[in-house]
Design a protein around this ligand. Structure first.
Ligand code: NDP
Ligand code: GDR
Length: 346
């Protein structure tokens, strides 16, 4: 049985990737952080009783700040493939927590590479690594952006990702490690974290429709992003590691839309007008913004045979429909006298 290890398994991408690998017959190991509350909501549906020995999904405590722990997990999991998805992944928050973000996103990648270097040397086994790079690394570089576009990062998060990218290239060249950098443009889903703009909008649409919220505060509506569906993108990550040679690939849809377009479409899908609810709040602006990301996915199409299946409008509808249903359930709870949080502004 093939074995894979995922850092960031509790995140949006980690959950879709775990599903994909389990469906392909892998034994999947995931690293989870200790927290005072459960963080496994996105994978609860595939994680059963840990006391059953035959289970193919196994979780280990660990953290990208803790190199010793990463080494120990590698030895326990003995994976053939490792997917490094763990990150403080919020761009705006990275301006509030720059050192922490750089430590996890940049140095955390280095810790994992160091652990892998020793593990492969000591065991003689080859391990393939997927490194989660980001279109944020292009930052202010004019669109369209592809594998040969020079990076111009615009946030501590993006600088950390550029470091992770180059650490990965260096370990590939210096030690012959099989490392692929995926340079992924934004990808969303009903499992997207609720403080990213797409999900923040679709959650608000559902809650406004159900009378649970009235206003939605947003920042810059003019930024343009190349938004795809996370389920399609994890398939591309897996394909990178099935190649004979390691390489770096952009995954994108090749189509960009503004935050305003996303907003208009999401509200229209629920029969709502954004003007009646949306207000500007400068707290959501970034000190340096990324204005326009538009990816060129032709290399991934040609070499990996990868193309995204879900288009922009279908993505918006999928997320709104999901969040309408979620809000409907919240409304039922509220009507039954249970406490439903009043959507703190984030
Ligand atoms: P999420 O924010 O949804 O998930 C991040 C994951 O990383 C969570 O499992 C989180 O754990 C974990 N994590 C956070 N800090 C640490 C740490 N110190 N040590 C170990 N794990 C940690 O991100 P996505 O799923 O959206 O993204 C996956 C990866 O891809 C990230 O690296 C992100 O930067 C990158 N990326 C994402 C894109 C996107 O559009 N989604 C585009 C390009 C790149 P916990 O649940 O405990 O918080
Ligand atoms: P991004 O995603 O920064 O592209 O990073 P996010 O959804 O946070 O922002 C997209 C754009 O929307 C604008 N915006 C707002 N953003 C948030 N979060 N909240 C708001 O209220 C708001 N109003 C306007 C932002 O200014 C920005 O221009 C995501 C993350 O998943 C990264 O980890 C990943 O690397 C990149 O995508 C590719």
């Amino acid at each position: 049985m093939r074995r894979a290890l995922i850092t960031g398994i509790t995140g949006q991408d980690g959950s879709y990737l775990a599903e994909l690998l389990l469906a392909k017959g892998y034994e999947v190991h995931g690293i989870v952080r200790r927290a005072s509350t459960f963080t496994t909501e996105r994978i609860d549906h595939i994680y059963q009783d840990p006391h059953e020995s035959h289970l193919r999904l196994k979780l280990h405590y660990g953290d990208l700040s803790d190199g010793t722990g990463l080494r120990r997990v590698l030895e326990m999991a003995r994976p053939e493939e490792v997917y490094n998805l763990g990150a403080q992944s919020h761009v705006r928050v990275s301006f509030d927590q720059p050192e922490y973000t750089a430590d996890i996103v940049g140095t955390g990648t280095l810790r994992l590479l160091e652990a892998l270097r020793d593990y492969t040397q000591n065991t003689g086994r080859q391990v393939k690594l997927y490194q989660a790079g980001s279109s944020e690394m292009f930052g202010a570089a004019p669109p369209p952006q592809g594998e040969t576009t020079a990076f111009y990062p615009r946030s501590p998060y993006a600088v950390g990702k550029v470091a992770g990218y180059w650490f990965s290239v260096n370990y590939r060249e210096a030690y012959g490690l099989f490392v692929c950098n995926g340079i992924l443009f934004n990808h969303e889903s009903p499992r997207r974290g609720e403080t990213f703009v797409t999900r923040k909008i679709t959650r608000a649409v559902g809650r406004i429709k159900m009378g649970l919220q009235d206003r939605l505060f947003l920042g810059n509506l003019d930024a343009k992003r190349d938004w795809g569906f996370a389920g399609d993108f994890v398939e591309g990550m897996w394909r990178m590691l099935q190649q004979d040679e390691p390489d770096d690939y952009v995954l994108a849809t090749g189509e960009a839309h503004s935050v305003r377009e996303f907003l208009d479409l999401a509200f229209a899908h629920a029969g709502l007008a954004p003007e009646a609810h949306v207000e500007f709040d400068p707290r959501y602006l970034r000190p340096t913004e990324v204005d326009h990301l538009l990816g060129d996915p032709s290399k991934a199409r040609e070499k990996l045979g990868w193309t995204p299946k879900v288009g922009f409008e279908e993505l918006v509808r999928m997320m709104v429909d999901n969040d309408m249903e979620l809000a409907r359930r919240e409304r039922t709870l509220k009507d039954a006298g249970h406490l439903v949080s009043t959507q703190a502004e984030r």
